[in-house]
Design a binder for this molecule. Structure first.
Ligand code: GTR
Length: 423
């Protein structure tokens, strides 16, 4: 069985148990003190946008590197893009679809990433673009029969049973999360790739991904506690996708929106925090280790996530499993790293595991950094009712329904992007 399936199979029971046993009672959250966002490490108060930009921002990003996601390597100088297919009448003529194979020529151990790009044919100028990774691969995002199945080892379905290769029954299986036609009709391009191309999602996955390829010791690497984890590798890949998009004349890469759901929402937040070329960041139900405050004992906890998914983070993060209060950061500080660029946080009321209220609070508290730039964040300190989107530079909604990405979510993201990208 594929190691990912083994992981899921072996952890699902404990997982269900953990989910049942987690605290879902607001009255039992208790009190906690968050690390101050606007006090620099030398004790000085940060009161201007300039102080934030020149001093505090770098400190906060450094803390996240050291204690949560690890330090990622800089961009390498060997990125190669090869267009492997173009179809100018995709989606019934609405879009041009392109496949681009990204590799690192000096790091051939990494097999590379297959970027799938849909660009609206009706555009009069280069198109703004949503950039995000998928759980199931390009053939799962699109229903089009000529999108190649991912050739790599990945969880798939063969004759209705789990297999190690992608197969036809999984085609379009993630399409409801990627409403390509809707986005194309609104004038947006969509660039996506399978996250497993960057690193397969299991504790040993790094050996078959970017992290081993970029490390001098390859699969024999002994990771230091502040070295990057899988989220770091996935986020690094999003930046390389943007490197390609900057070279494509059909794309307006200055209007790139990085988006992700759940663990890939955590990834989008980390990518948007580090790479300021992303004009907007969107977190869809990213939960613990994403938008939700770690110090709030509600739903998933640092203890739980570092036990189930240790490979997502740097080793140091596990130090805070028993005491998130000892962590020098909390997630409102991650949200703040997007400022002054707009950022959107979405929660769902049927997804208490992600701590919707904690996700809102992060966004609301991060607003003090937007305020330094004379901009408003969520615009309210009251957690809004379901299906009532709020926010200026920090958008937020709590949708009805389960942990998923739905058309409702995308409608809000389109409104938000259109509002902020309007000339
Ligand atoms: C869960 C995990 C969450 C979230 C989710 C997902 O099992 O506990 O933090 O990331 O997976 O990515 O679907």
């Amino acid at each position: 069985m594929h190691p990912l399936l083994v992981l899921l199979a072996t952890s699902s029971l404990t997982f269900a148990q953990a989910a049942r046993e987690a605290n879902y009672d607001e009255a039992k959250v208790g009190t906690f003190t968050l690390p101050p966002l606007l006090v620099a490490q030398d004790g000085s108060k940060v009161t201007t946008a300039e102080q934030w930009t020149k001093q505090r921002r770098a400190e906060v990003i450094g803390l996240f590197r050291e204690h949560v996601y690890g330090h990622s390597p800089a961009k390498t100088d060997d990125l190669k893009f090869e267009v492997t297919g173009t179809k100018d009448d995709a989606l019934g003529g609405l879009a041009t679809r392109k496949f681009v194979h990204l590799t690192l020529t000096k790091h051939p151990q990494w097999q590379g990433l297959d970027l799938m790009l849909y660009v609206p044919n009706a555009r009069r100028q280069p198109a703004p673009v949503f950039v995000g990774l998928s759980f199931g691969g390009n053939h799962a995002v699109s229903t089009e029969p000529d999108v190649p199945l991912n050739p790599r080892r990945m969880p798939g379905l063969k004759n209705g049973k789990s297999g190690n290769q992608a197969s036809e029954p999984t085609r379009g299986s993630e399409a409801s999360r990627w409403p390509l036609e809707m986005l194309i009709k609104h004038g947006y391009a969509v660039a996506t790739a399978w996250y497993g191309d960057l690193e397969p999602d299991h504790p040993q996955g790094w050996k078959d991904g970017l992290r081993a390829a970029l490390s001098p010791d390859g699969v024999n690497t002994r990771w230091q506690p502040n070295d990057w984890g899988a989220i770091g590798a996935w986020a690094w890949g999003l930046s390389r996708m943007l490197d390609y998009l900057e070279t494509d004349p059909a794309i307006d890469a200055r209007h790139a929106v990085v988006i992700g759901h759940s663990r890939l929402g955590k990834t989008a937040l980390w990518a948007g925090a580090q790479d300021e070329r992303f004009a907007i960041t969107i977190s869809n139900e990213s939960g613990e280790g994403g938008a939700a405050l770690s110090r709030r004992n509600f739903g998933e906890t640092t203890q739980r996530i570092t036990t189930s998914f240790p490979h997502w983070f740097c080793g140091n993060y596990a130090k805070y499993a028993d005491d998130p209060n000892a962590n020098p950061v909390d997630q409102h500080m991650l949200i703040a790293l997007a400022a002054p660029r707009p950022l959107y946080i979405a929660s769902a009321d049927g997804d208490p595991w992600s701590d919707p209220h904690g996700e809102f609070l992060s966004g609301q508290l991060a607003g003090e950094v937007w305020a330094l730039f004379g901009k408003a964040g969520t615009g309210t300190s009251t957690w809004p009712a379901v299906n009532h989107p709020v926010g200026d530079c920090v958008g937020y909604h709590l949708r009805t329904g389960k942990h998923d990405v739905t058309a409702y979510d995308w409608e809000q993201y389109l409104n938000f992007a259109e509002r902020h990208f309007a000339p």
